[in-house]
Design a protein around this ligand. Structure first.
Ligand code: PLP
Length: 407
């Protein structure tokens, strides 16, 4: 494989204003625009510099453990009696999930821009841990905003971040969860924009973040596309990934975007079911989800008639977000990607099935993608291939699952 893992193609979306069709853009206070312009310019310059690619690629190999392998889920595939299921093992990346790919990329960029104060926000703590890890490695100062409700729910990750040298800043406004932490991080950025780099965790937010995060995660698909052909001699019939903000999914999908015979399938959190309204299925429940603006970008947003953001629910914290990356909204509109959902119950079932049959305990987020593979595989011929992105490992979810399987 080459050093140029990051795929940039000038003909790609977004356009120069940051739009993917009618989604994306920049909906931020005036005061942030110069910072976004500076970031965009620095990112473009870094992308054009082979030394930046070499440095990132070196860290990916020697620190993250890339390339991550692809595993054939033989027992599961044979039991289902249809398509062969292959797993892209982002759970084996350092820190146990794909988030490190983006944190390292943006961290290197911050360093290059001379910004030594890094801020981030986190919900479940996974992005906070990924960021704190990368900042410890790069020797940058790290401050992570986190709602107090999440701090209480995610003690081990709070401890990890502190151990890694980050400051965790409690957020007590609003629902005291992820969206409030994002608001606070944005406020900090406006105030300290000279010295501070805002490290955003998913393919969300104002331009250039959705593009930049996609590019840093596109290493997943670039590796996987090559690996699956080496292993099976063919391209997959479908790529499946869970969609929270959408970074692991877009990271996988990007390399396959021109492979017309490969279906791209995103799986959202169906929570307690669409009827319950307790979910985060932004593309499935069009009664309460429609185009709108949240956190600086235009995409599908779960909102009531007055535009108030709805409370969401998922058993997996990483999928529990009321909006979704703008590129996914666009891919859906183009019908290039298809979006479905898995309920909490289906994800929990898939969590246990993959553990028992393959010896892999998946993150509850990733279990949503596995659930879709379990539904689809039996309907497909035996010579077909399903490629599932296993975005993370499930150790972080054991407490949640123990609680749910008990009652
Ligand atoms: C954060 C997280 C997700 C959801 O984020 P995306 O940006 O949609 O990828 C999925 N899986 C794991 C393991 C995560 O930590």
């Amino acid at each position: 494989m080459t050093d140029m893992y990051i795929q940039t193609d000038l003909s790609d979306l977004p356009d120069e204003r940051g739009y993917f069709g009618e989604f994306g853009g920049r909906f931020v206070p005036e005061t942030i625009i110069p910072a976004l312009d500076e970031l965009e310019a620095a990112y473009a310059e870094a992308m054009a510099d082979p030394a930046f690619h070499r440095e990132l690629s070196h860290l990916q190999r020697t620190y993250t453990g890339r390339p991550t392998p692809i595993s054939y889920a033989r027992r599961l595939s044979e039991a289902l009696g249809g398509a062969r299921i292959y797993l892209k093992r982002e759970d084996l990346a350092h820190t146990g999930a794909h988030k490190i790919n983006n944190a390292l990329g943006q961290g290197l960029l911050a360093k290059r821009m001379g910004k030594r104060r890094i801020i981030a926000e986190t919900g479940a703590g996974q992005h906070g841990v990924g960021t704190a890890t990368a900042m410890a490695l790069l020797g940058l100062e790290c401050h992570v905003y986190m709602g107090t409700v999440d701090i209480r729910r995610q003690q081990p990750n709070v401890f990890r971040m502190k151990l890694l040298g980050a400051e965790v800043i409690p957020v007590t406004s609003g629902s005291r969860t992820l969206k409030d932490a994002i608001n606070e991080a944005m406020r900090d950025w406006v105030t300290n924009v000279e010295t501070t780099f805002y490290l955003l965790g998913s393919a969300l937010g104002p331009h250039p973040y959705p593009k930049m995060v996609r590019d840093f995660q596109s290493v997943i698909g670039a590796e996987a596309r090559e690996q699956i052909q080496t292993l099976t001699g063919q391209l997959p019939e479908a790529c499946i990934a869970c969609v929270g903000g959408g970074s692991n999914a877009i990271g996988l999908f990007h390399a396959f975007r021109d492979d017309e015979n490969t279906e791209l399938i995103g799986v959202e959190a169906g929570g307690r079911g669409i009827e319950s309204s307790e979910h985060a299925a932004r593309f499935a429940d069009l009664d309460i989800s429609r185009p709108g603006i949240l956190h600086g970008t235009r995409s599908f947003v779960m909102q009531n008639e007055d535009g108030q953001i709805m409370k969401t629910h998922s058993v997996s914290a990483g999928l529990d977000y009321p909006s979704v990356g703008p590129e996914h909204a666009h891919l859906r509109q183009l019908e290039r990607a298809y979006y479905t959902m898995a309920t909490d119950e289906e994800a929990l079932e898939a969590f246990q099935v993959l553990s028992k049959m393959e010896g892999i305990i998946p993150a509850l987020e990733s279990a949503h993608a596995v659930a879709e593979a379990i539904k689809r595989a039996p309907t497909m011929p035996r010579d077909s291939v399903l490629l599932v992105n296993l975005s993370g490992r499930g150790d972080k979810d054991l407490d949640t699952v123990i609680g749910l399987l008990d009652d």
